[in-house]
Design a protein. Structure first.
Lengths: 297, 293
């Protein structure tokens, strides 16, 4: 009898074991992701300042937030940054991928050169670009030294142009990665269709426009999803390159949230801005993940 | 990147090819530019940089900026150089990479070989967690680390990186194990092999390629993290990225650009090495699983 009961215990343990193994991750995820999200969203409806406080004030933080010129600046910058970053990375990544796909000698050497920026920290990238673009010692100074004395390039110090230097550095960092995504897509395209169309006398331009690029739809979608979520999360690069300045000229929602929460002691408003960031990302990621997961099952 | 499956059948003329090569080389120069700037300026005296020589090769070669960045530059209030922070990063990264990879492997194993009700929902929730803006968890996490007694420690940072790394490691292992022949597992089950036996004897031995992917991904992300380090580290547990930023942003004294560049390379070195040594295996491992994109 005892051995039967023992065997029974063992099989029962075996059926529970998979769930048991999964449970630490499940617990961590529920607490540190979803309960934390709920807590932060809750804080955005409270009068929290230096520390969390639980006095309910409804939508006041949100109405205050939308009246702040500081927030307006970060949103405007986000718009410029996201639009340029996503479109330039996509266009550049696609172009480089198509060019690299033309039986290029030295492809094996070029690919890692395009890709390595992905391995670097934004703080490193930011440091390099900050000093390279600095008018005092960087590009402007160098070109003036080469004899072109009237040369001026001080975008990083210019309130209306500084955001474009952030775009430049961010494009430098991720466009190679986008190139790799498109290259993988290109290498998966059936050459027979291309050969047939070529026989019919189609030009290269129309081959790409009519046949190749439409087949890259999944790569375009992944690139868009990855780039847009990276854009919204951009934080370190701004901190390293401009610290949000000059003035507030390069503030983004991520830096806004950080300074309102941790240096201005406006935790309620900071949480409200974080909630808006989350909703923006969720509105892109949730439909995408949903369709991906449904496809797989 | 992609193991060349096949190159395009499209043919290009001579003029077009010259143009293509020119563009490709131009962009290679663009991508190399910051690395070049960092390297040449990290081995020249400060006067050469301020004198307009940022793009030139050093006329006087010196390793002093490297020595200073590593061991005596002013970081915050301490003239300690970056070395203590380098070790902080190592202490933070190693356990975090190790634990999150093991958890990811186990999760991937369960999600593919021991399907249960709602497993897709579990995976979906885990996947979404990979992409949240971390600003949304900063405040409660700071509180929680205090409650757990981990505030301001490298262990605390490791813990944070484990929690937010599980999503990606699970994704990698799940996609890798999903194409694993399930007959092998059912045969082993009929033979009476238990849950861990199957994992150890059947799945683990062939997990090398995806483990490399998970380790490289986690190492790079955690080493390069700035937000968590800046939010949760104490003065003596700051990781390398935070210390580098402190060095570069310091507002007092002469700006020693050569030291900044040397420090930047020191901060970049580990991930750059991992990329150079392991990049090929990373791509191969990704291709072996069915990761889309």
């Amino acid at each position: 009898m005892a051995s039967i009961a023992g065997a029974d215990m063992k099989t029962r343990l075996q059926t529970w074991l998979p769930k048991l193994v999964l449970s630490p991750s499940l617990a961590l995820m529920l607490v540190f992701v979803y309960a934390f999200i709920a807590f932060s969203v809750y804080l955005s409806f409270t009068d929290s300042r230096l520390l969390p406080s639980y006095g309910w004030i409804g939508l006041e933080n949100y109405t205050k937030l939308w009246r702040l010129s500081h927030w307006e600046t970060s949103l405007k910058n986000m718009g410029i940054f996201a639009l340029l970053y996503i479109s330039i990375c996509t266009a550049l990544g696609l172009t480089l991928a198509i060019f690299l796909d033309q039986k290029i000698r030295g492809e094996g050497l070029l690919r890692p050169i395009y890709l390595y920026p992905m391995a670097l920290s934004f703080i490193v990238t930011g440091t390099a670009w900050k000093w390279f673009l600095d008018p005092g010692i960087g590009l402007e100074n160098v070109i003036q030294g080469w004899g072109w004395e009237g040369f001026e390039f001080r975008w990083i110090k210019d309130r209306s142009l500084a955001i474009y230097t952030i775009v430049l550095a961010a494009v430098w960092q991720t466009s190679g990665f986008v190139m790799a995504m498109f290259l993988a897509g290109l290498r998966g395209i059936d050459n027979e269709i291309l050969k047939a169309a070529q026989m019919d006398g189609a030009s290269n331009w129309s081959l790409y426009r009519r046949i190749v690029i439409p087949q890259l739809r999944p790569a375009f979608l992944s690139a868009f999803v990855i780039l847009s979520h990276l854009a919204i999360k951009t934080f370190d690069l701004v901190i390293a390159m401009t610290g949000g300045g000059p003035g507030r000229a390069t503030e983004l929602p991520a830096t806004f949230m950080y300074s309102y929460t941790f240096s201005r002691n406006q935790m309620g408003i900071g949480s409200a801005s974080a909630t808006i960031m989350l909703i923006t990302i969720a509105s892109i990621m949730v439909p995408y993940l949903y369709s991906e997961l449904r496809e797989n099952h | 990147m992609a193991a060349p499956m096949q190159e395009t059948a499209i043919r290009t003329g001579k003029v077009a090819r010259t143009f293509i090569y020119l563009v490709l080389l131009l962009f290679a120069a663009f991508y190399m530019l910051p690395l070049y700037v960092m390297f040449v300026n990290s081995v020249k005296p400060l006067a050469e940089i301020t004198g307009g020589g940022m793009m030139s090769l050093p006329s006087v070669f010196t390793l002093e900026p490297w020595v200073k960045a590593w061991s005596s530059a002013q970081i915050g209030v301490e003239p300690s150089g970056l070395s203590p922070y380098f070790w902080n990063s190592i202490k933070m990264v190693v356990p975090a990479v190790f634990v999150s990879t093991i958890l990811g492997a186990l999760n991937g194993y369960v999600l593919t070989q021991w399907r249960f009700r709602y497993d897709t929902i579990f995976f979906g929730l885990l996947l979404f967690a990979c992409f949240i803006p971390f600003q949304i968890v900063l405040i409660p996490m700071a509180k929680m680390l205090g409650v757990m007694g981990l505030a301001g420690t490298t262990w605390g940072l490791s813990f944070v990186h484990i929690v937010y790394g599980i999503g990606f490691t699970t994704l990698y292992f799940r996609n890798f194990y999903a194409v694993f022949p399930s007959e092998l597992v059912s045969a082993a089950q009929i033979d009476g092999a238990g849950f861990f036996q199957i994992f150890r004897r059947i799945l683990l031995p062939s997990s090398g390629p995806i483990a490399v992917v998970s380790i490289i991904w986690q190492f790079t992300n955690i080493w390069n993290d700035f937000l968590f380090g800046a939010s949760f580290a104490g003065a003596d547990s700051q990781p390398m990225t935070v210390a580098l930023n402190n060095l570069v942003q310091a507002s007092h004294g002469v700006k020693e650009y050569n030291v900044h560049f040397a420090g930047a390379i020191l901060a970049a070195m580990p991930t750059l090495l991992v990329y150079i040594v392991g990049g090929r295996y990373f791509v191969r491992g990704l291709m072996a699983g069915s990761v889309k994109g």
